[in-house]
Design a protein around this ligand. Sequence first.
Ligand code: IMP
Ligand code: MG
Length: 181
Amino acid sequence: MSLEQDVERVLVTEEEIRAICKRLGEQISKDYQGKRLLLVSVLKGAVVFMADLMRSITCECQIDFMAVSSYSGTKTTGVVKFKKDLDINPDGCDILLVEDILDSGITLEYLKNILIDRHAASIKVCALLDKPANRKADIQADYVGKVIPDEFVIGYGLDYDEKYRNLPYVGILSPKVYADQ
Ligand code: IMP
Ligand code: MG
């Protein structure tokens, strides 16, 4: 069975994703020239975006990863579970949180608060996708790839129950996949 069968329609094509990474990479490279940029990606959804974005950044930077989870199926539980911490001490670093999608904002608000307590010099957010319709926390992304409607999306790192992360584009998951759950 192919994964494509479960995609209702493609929302962000591979070509569009390449253009987004180029645009954001150029802007970030300008803004962080001469700073101590630490890219922090939130596992696992943002790994694909992180891998592409970092290669379009031309200034010096370090990378690290954190892992949290708040989702079960297509719904956020609203409770964030902390699963993996940074390896690099963020004290004095200019942190850019790299996220696949900003939805309720609960995850990023939680992470931002943790990093503020650890004396990061600055903390900003770069999200490939922004789904503002469902926002619950008072948080915005400083860099946004694309604003999308309130649909459950998969691919390019994003999952539904750990599947579909390997699709090279972002698509809307066909509701028939989760209708009887
Ligand atoms: P938030 O805390 O509600 O902003 O959710 C952030 C996390 O939820 C993201 O990093 C994603 O992993 C996951 N998420 C939110 N919306 C979607 C979606 O449409 N598809 C897949 N994962 C999603
Ligand atoms: Mg996720």
